[in-house]
Write a protein that binds this ligand. Structure first.
Ligand code: R5P
Length: 295
């Protein structure tokens, strides 16, 4: 039977790209808030006996997670054959360690909650730092897709003489893969984060790269401070204005404006989170991952 794809609010545009690619019918739902702020959810397309995939990117997760879990619980309650989660941006991946006594390791707890409600998960470039794979914390089949080839393609199509720049050592492997794909050199900087909005970036000797356009590549742009500090350092070193590419553009507060003011000539993101900076379409990539798991 044709699988059903349900878009949580805000995910409709990506759902329209994804549904034909996975051969799914877009299902109808009603979601609204009661006057007291609680969630009302209703499936207008019956799910009984059918595979249901819920599409919900998880930036600003605290306001999205509870409605999403209700939607999953209702689909199971209404006898869907299976219930999958497509979360192009997967939240709660960064607090993966107890840095100070008493801290909650939210990545583990969130993974447990999601695993209890869904039969599978597909996401794009989750922030795997101290963990090597999603299945270390997710107990259901979980597929992490990689946007590196699409980013490399975008750079090849848009930037004449790029120098790929990774902001920190954790980004090395990833930036190296993009650089290989784009046939461009890369450098990796050193970063020290002292607080949510306090980031220090140190750069090596850059004189040899002054004829290249620096292209910063990172998985997440949240406060933008990582990129802002990097853009400033590259400018000080006499490089041309930088292009910034993030897979997931969260843009907390005025991050985009601040990044532009710092000197970024262009900011481009993938459409894992709907935003005016979207320039790299991941719907085909997502479709490959979903087809591998949906029954
Ligand atoms: C951190 O390790 C990530 O790869 C990103 O560099 C980080 O999340 C970016 O955050 P922000 O934009 O707040 O500096």
């Amino acid at each position: 039977m044709t699988p059903l794809l349900f878009a949580l609010p805000g995910n409709e545009r990506l759902a329209a790209l994804l549904a034909p690619a996975i051969g799914a019918e877009i299902g109808k739902v009603v979601m609204r808030r009661f006057p007291d702020g609680e969630t009302y959810w209703r499936y207008d397309t019956p799910v009984a006996g059918r595979s249901a995939a819920l599409l919900c990117t998880l930036d600003r997760p605290d306001e999205k997670a509870l409605p999403l879990l209700f939607a999953a619980a209702a689909a199971r309650d209404l006898k869907a054959a299976q219930v999958g989660l497509i979360a192009p941006y997967l939240a709660y991946m960064r607090q993966d360690h107890r840095f100070q006594p008493g801290e909650a390791i939210t990545s583990s707890y969130f993974a447990k909650i999601v695993s209890a409600h869904f039969d599978w998960l597909v996401t794009v470039d989750p922030h795997l730092h101290r963990r090597g794979a999603l299945d270390e914390i997710y107990s259901v089949p979980a597929r992490a897709l990689h946007a590196a080839p699409l980013i490399a393609q975008w750079i090849g199509d848009n930037i004449g003489k790029p120098l790929l720049v990774g902001p920190d050592r954790e980004s090395e492997q990833w930036v190296a893969a993009v650089a290989r794909g784009a046939g461009a050199p890369h450098i990796v900087l050193r970063k020290q984060r002292r607080g949510d909005r306090e980031v220090e970036v140190s750069v090596p000797e850059l004189a040899q790269w002054r004829d290249r356009t620096p292209v910063l590549v990172d998985d997440i742009i949240s406060t933008g401070q990582t990129m802002i500090e990097t853009v400033k350092q590259l400018k000080r070193a006499g490089l041309p204005p930088a292009v910034c590419i993030g897979v997931h553009g969260i843009f907390a507060g005025n991050a985009l404006e601040e990044l532009t003011q710092a000197g970024a000539v262009r900011v481009v993101t993938a459409n894992t989170i709907s935003h005016s900076s979207n320039g790299i379409d991941i719907s085909g990539l997502l479709a490959d991952g979903v087809r591998a798991l949906i029954a």
